[in-house]
Design a protein around this ligand. Structure first.
Ligand SMILES: CC(=O)SCCNC(=O)CCNC(=O)[C@H](O)C(C)(C)COP(=O)(O)OP(=O)(O)OC[C@H]1O[C@@H](n2cnc3c(N)ncnc32)[C@H](O)[C@@H]1OP(=O)(O)O
Length: 494
């Protein structure tokens, strides 16, 4: 009976949130760029002011990651994101093509449903709130139950900041009584126009099955290849920096290190020097037993945990100061547990003969749960980086920590906490999701080609008109002239 009451209240809350946010969004859709920018600036300010407290809440509630790194994630989701999206045109006329005479006008998508993972519970809520408002959308959140309090607080702060700067009340909402029934209700209700789903595979799949537009992200299983020309000291430093950032909770973080035989000893020595601990086969087995449940599903108890916590729980002794645990693997698949995604401070370690073998292994690892996501390569040979761009991923991250590279901290990629995996990874986009994914484009298109019989004279008139206005360049005029000649030739009149 208690459960029944809870589910009922949870459903009612979801329906109310969707109704209120939809109403607010209808009003927001009439705002201009200045009004929207003022609102976003205030959201960014409030997110920045609360970056530390939200990070603390997230670590306390989920047990994942580190306060200082979650603080940085909250800042990436606000201050850094704002720098990147400020110049984006998301309102009104966004482009005019005088030659083809097409005018593009941005319209909001409407009301979004944001699904938020437990691994990035406050940064994802801040990021999705800001990109939603930038495109004049409303958003309601479905938080992960084990990160409820911190996601709710982040969403509340974003709503209050938006409203204080002029947004309609309730433009950002968040479920306070999470249940699958409420999440399903939001996914399917008429008020929600689009779902942005970040989280586990099952949740993303159900978002795509809701019968409405959805942007979802697939899982990652990122290989990091250290090629023979790489700066080994830097490559190892990048990998450790990445894997220890928030204790490995970001899905773009490295999952396996691949090295060539000829540099293996140097790489191993460098890892040891920088805080890597190479586990024996027996130790690897013990750690793997902790990391996974039900086959190779990640055990939440060891997601985003330090090497020391994992080692202690597995009953293995490691030197003080160890940053990452590495386990040698000879293959990929169920018999090699570290060949799966582990959002924590553990890496698989592989040795290959040459780059061709590295290629094959990368493909196998990606097919083991990471197709479409990301791959890291450390090399001083640009041609080698381009060879690896042929692999089935949409982010090829070169000489950079893959965590920082994938989410746009250390690369020119868009700052984002929703990283599309393209159709190969079951996503509707292969991009880092930005406000430009959250607009509809309306097009006003003038007739520029006559479809009637008297084409020659109409095209000539069209050329004359374009010349007369002086609005087009000589090159553009020549293009039109060439078009006319081609047309006449086709009709046997030239
Ligand atoms: C840019 C980026 O880094 S994006 C990163 C996104 N990637 C991820 O989050 C990694 C994928 N996530 C996972 O594998 C898991 O969520 C873990 C390992 C992190 C945590 O695992 P757990 O908390 O044990 O399990 P899980 O996430 O499946 O959820 C637990 C329960 O909450 C439910 N739940 C999850 N999200 C929601 C939601 N939004 N609303 C309602 N219920 C939910 C699940 O259905 C599940 O219910 P069940 O126990 O009845 O099956």
């Amino acid at each position: 009976m208690e459960n029944f009451d809870y589910d009922l209240q949870s459903l009612q809350e979801a329906r109310n949130l969707a109704r209120q946010a939809k109403q607010a969004q209808a009003a927001l859709a009439k705002y201009n760029s200045e009004q929207i920018d003022r609102i976003i600036q205030n959201m960014v300010k409030v997110a920045e002011e609360n970056a530390v407290s939200l990070a603390k809440m997230a670590v306390e509630e989920t047990g994942f990651g580190k306060v200082e790194d979650k603080t940085m994630k909250n800042k990436l989701a606000s201050t850094e994101l704002y720098k990147f999206i400020k110049p984006m045109q998301t309102i009104g006329i966004i482009s005019e093509d005088p030659v083809n005479k097409v005018v593009e006008i941005a319209e909001p998508v409407g009301l979004l449903l944001g699904i938020v993972p437990s691994t990035n519970p406050t940064s994802t809520a801040i990021y999705k709130s800001i990109i939603a408002i930038k495109s004049r959308n409303g958003i309601v959140f479905s938080p992960h139950p084990s990160a409820l309090k911190c996601t709710l607080q982040a969403a509340k702060l974003m709503n209050e900041a938006a409203v204080a700067a002029g947004a309609p009340p309730n433009i950002i909402g968040c479920i306070s009584k999470p249940s699958m029934a409420a999440t399903n209700e939001l996914m399917k209700c008429d008020e929600v126009d689009m779902i942005i789903a970040t989280g586990g595979t099952a949740m993303v799949k159900s978002a795509y099955s809701a019968g409405k537009p959805a942007l979802g992200v697939g899982p990652g299983n990122v290989p990091a290849y250290i090629e023979r020309t790489a700066n080994i000291q830097k490559a190892v430093q990048n990998i450790i920096t990445s894997k220890t950032f928030d204790n490995g909770t970001i899905c773009a973080s490295e999952q396996a290190v691949i090295v060539e035989e000829c540099i293996r000893d140097q790489v191993v020595a460098e890892f040891k020097r920088q805080g890597g601990y190479f586990m024996s086969a027996a130790e690897t087995e013990k750690v793997a037993q902790k990391l996974f449940v039900r086959g190779h599903a990640m055990n939440a108890k060891f997601v985003g945990r330090s090497a020391a916590v994992i080692a202690e729980s597995a009953g293995i002794t490691i030197p003080a100061g160890t940053k990452v645990l590495l386990g040698e693997q000879q293959g990929v698949g169920p018999e090699y547990p570290l060949s799966y995604e582990k959002l924590t401070t553990v890496l698989a370690f592989y040795t290959v003969k040459d780059w061709e073998e590295a290629c094959e292994l990368c493909i196998k690892l990606l097919k083991n749960g990471g197709v479409g996501h990301s791959l890291a390569i450390h090399t001083e040979n640009p041609a080698m980086a381009m060879k690896f761009s042929e692999k089935p991923v949409f982010r090829i991250l070169v000489n950079t920590p893959s965590t920082h590279g994938g989410v746009g901290i250390s690369t020119g990629l868009a700052p984002a906490f929703t990283l599309g995996c393209g159709t190969w990874g079951g996503s509707a986009t292969s991009d880092n999701v930005t406000p430009l994914h959250l607009i509809n484009k309306k097009r006003v298109a003038y007739g520029i080609k006559d479809c009637t019989e008297n084409t020659t004279s109409t095209v000539a008139a069209c050329v004359a008109e374009k010349c007369a206005t002086g609005a087009v360049s000589e090159e553009q005029i020549m293009n039109v002239v060439n078009e006319v000649i081609a047309l006449l030739k086709k009709r046997g009149e030239h």
